[in-house]
Design a protein around this ligand. Sequence first.
Ligand SMILES: [Zn+2]
Length: 378
Amino acid sequence: MRILSAEVVYTGLGTPIRGGAVVLQGERVAAILSREDARRFYPEAPVTDVGFAISPPPVNAHTHLDLSSLPPFRGPYEDFVRHVIRHKRARGVAAADAGLAELQRAAPLAFGDIVADEAAMRKLLQTPGLRGVAYWEVFAPDPAEAEAAFSETVARLRAFRRLERPDGLKLGLSPHTPHTVSAPLLQRLTRLAIAERLPLQIHVAESPAEAALHRDGSGPLFELMRPFLGDWRPSGLSPVQYLARLGVLEARPTLVHMVHVGEEDVRTVAKAGCTVVHCPRSNEALRCGRLPWELLAKHSVEVAFGTDSKGSAPDLDVTREVAAARALHGAKASPIALVRAAVKGGSRALGLTPPRFGRGSPARALYVWQTPSAEPRV
Ligand SMILES: [Zn+2]
């Protein structure tokens, strides 16, 4: 017998245990209980404190593997967009291979990947043993090009669908943002996703400039986007309310970032049953601000974690993302909520069955978090 103890023990079911322990007999789980009870009931068993958490494997619910060769960037969001365009040749299958190798190095975790490179998508869908969703990214801001972009997307998805395998990634769809995909195209893609049961993921309310663009067509993001927008007009709504008005939330898309949101936006998202992906290190690097964790918690919105791309995050380790969230939100986000979000929230974001372990499970079902957790600031 031996005991592994951690600040948080989460089986994937119910409420995580603060100051928990897992008792192992050989290579099987014999008991899951508090640290104190483990010492009391198994006084002879050696105790190893593994640090932050023991849980089923966490999920990286949002990344862009085909951007893994992008030089790291820090600065305002709209300059990051220029940076991605400037280095568009760095995007591709070699970058996706490198990203996947990095992602899988520690343990084979489920992930949600936004893919803009066709060869990378083909390869990802054909790779056996991967768990998660590969979302094909659509970018077409001018309403005049909606028809052509929709036809092209349908043809591509049809070809990708043939490559899906039972033991591989599922195909999904990602309209890039509410301002880089025109309203008519957003509506058609939403109907397509519902009809074809395609998981949907979209970046929304990421930067302050995005909010200004939708509110009144002002700000640095509007200046950047202006040549591509055709006769687009600002809706006067928040990005979230704009998506709601277009019916996009009816497909229950996973919403990435959700930083610049008010309580009405959060209520709308809660009512629609969407999961939110939190990428705190990217938000910090691109000066996007702090996701209102406590507001999402107040309205019981499911939250997951994602690293975003290596262009705006130093690595693809989702446990470091959680450590960054802990430092950022302090007492506003409890450690048990953070672990639950990384495991169960991540699975929900990708439409997967949340993993769990219990008495009798093999020890390999446990994920021991290696990342030393950052201490809360407050
Ligand atoms: Zn992203």
